[in-house]
Ligand binder design. Structure first.
Ligand code: AMP
Length: 406
């Protein structure tokens, strides 16, 4: 049974997941937060059942504690201690490989890649393009390689799925010399999720991936939409960084770049102020004071005008992208919603698609309102386009891709 340990290392956090890939089962997962500033550890163990017997999702045990965690090396020691104390035993379920989520693969990495010292240097070099993410990914890779010396480590890049974008889709209309000197182009992100969801959607519908034109709407705290033509990413809303595109929890998405020039000139805002404004103080947070769609929905329901406007701006932008991407694909066969908002908010799904009746897109309200695990169809039987909710599983996708190259 091939077990993969999936690592998602952030600047002050370490997420891990132990996955039995053939059975698509998570054995355990955990999150170590506030690394370097306290330390909060949570570890979950999922019920083990006999092969072939699906484990009920509710059978899981959770362990939480606060303890100081100085750095990523110590975070790995804490993770190993969690496995030793609460299980499952890594001796009984030894990982065949460790899969690392890496945010930016630049134009260099377009496939899952076994990590060698040279690959590690290249990932570190790409920190220029992802200063918040790649250094943390590298810290996780170094610590993991020290903790698991005898197994291959594989990098799975958020950008990789979008390496199929055509030059017309990835090129900004910017002075070519400047763009090429600074590697400025659209890269796209959330690729692991878009790939997973588009493949799962085609499988669910019994359609050949090569024959379908799809939109995947990944609507979480970060949000992006991808147009996928025959399994290949053709257009995606995040660009040079994960800031471009849709309205997000705390990020603006698209904005006229001249606003920044204006704020620098008129408000005396510096680079760091602008960075924080665009990435942390905008989006739903900036419009209505919370980055959580649940708060926006609650505010809107009780007549809060700011929350209502935030909701409307969010939907307005979504519709614009959906329309543009259908035009780029020349039509659409499948539209899938995923991530926190996409999987949970029926109103957003309905409002995002409500103007597409002229294309034969018809949701069935009852199906759309039902909550539940697993993939489900929310379009009416006579809809010209299949509309699905597809829970994303980036950890499973990283584990699969990791095994595919070792
Ligand atoms: P993600 O980044 O995929 O984990 O999505 C996180 C976001 O999804 C949260 O910040 C919420 O805005 C939203 N979300 C999660 N669960 C729900 C829910 N039950 N209802 C509405 N929004 C939700």
């Amino acid at each position: 049974m091939s077990v993969v340990l999936v690592i998602n290392s952030g600047s002050s956090s370490l997420k891990y997941s132990l996955i039995e890939v053939e059975r698509e089962r998570e054995l355990a997962s955990g999150l170590i937060e506030r690394i370097g500033a306290g330390g909060v550890v949570s570890h979950r163990v999922f019920a083990l059942t006999e092969p072939g017997v699906p484990a009920p999702a509710v059978l899981d045990e959770r362990f939480e504690e606060e303890r100081p965690v100085a750095d990523h090396d110590e975070a790995f020691a804490v993770m190993l201690a969690q496995f030793a104390e609460h299980g499952p035993s890594l001796d009984e379920h030894p990982p065949a490989a460790v899969g690392h989520r890496v945010v930016h693969g630049g134009a260099r990495f377009f496939e899952p890649t076994v990590i060698t010292p040279l690959v590690e240097i290249n990932i570190e070099d790409l920190s220029v393009l992802a200063p918040l993410h790649n250094p943390a990914n590298v810290a996780g890779i170094r610590a993991a390689r020290a903790a698991f010396r005898d197994v291959p480590h594989v990098a799975v890049f958020d950008t990789a799925f979008h390496q199929t974008l055509a030059p017309a889709a990835y090129t900004y209309a910017l002075d070519t010399a400047i763009a090429s000197e600074h590697r400025i182009r659209r890269y796209g992100f959330h690729g692991t999720s878009h790939k997973y969801v588009s493949e799962a959607a085609a499988r669910f519908l019994g359609r050949d991936l090569a024959d379908v034109r799809q939109l995947v709407l990944h609507l979480g705290n970060g949000a992006s939409i991808t147009a996928i033509d025959g399994g290949r990413s053709a257009e995606t809303s995040m660009g040079f960084t994960p800031l471009e595109g849709l309205v997000m929890g705390t990020r603006t998405g698209d904005i006229d770049p001249a606003v920044l020039l204006h704020l620098a000139r008129r408000a005396g805002m510096g680079i760091d102020d602008l960075d924080a404004l665009l990435n942390k103080r905008s989006g739903l947070q900036g419009l209505a004071g919370s980055n959580d769609m649940r708060d926006i929905l609650a505010g809107r329901a009780t007549g809060d005008e700011a929350a209502a406007l935030a909701y409307d701006v969010y939907v307005h932008r979504l519709r614009a992208y959906i329309g543009a991407y259908i035009a780029q694909l020349g039509g659409v066969d499948v539209i899938s919603f995923t991530a926190g908002v996409g999987e949970n908010v029926a109103d957003i799904r309905a409002d995002a698609l409500s103007t597409l009746g002229f294309l034969g897109v018809r949701l069935e309200a009852g199906r759309n309102a039902v909550r539940g695990p697993g993939i489900r169809r929310i379009s009416a039987d006579d809809s010209a386009v299949a509309v699905l909710v597809v829970p994303t599983d980036e950890e499973l996708e990283i584990a699969r891709q990791t095994l595919s190259v070792i």
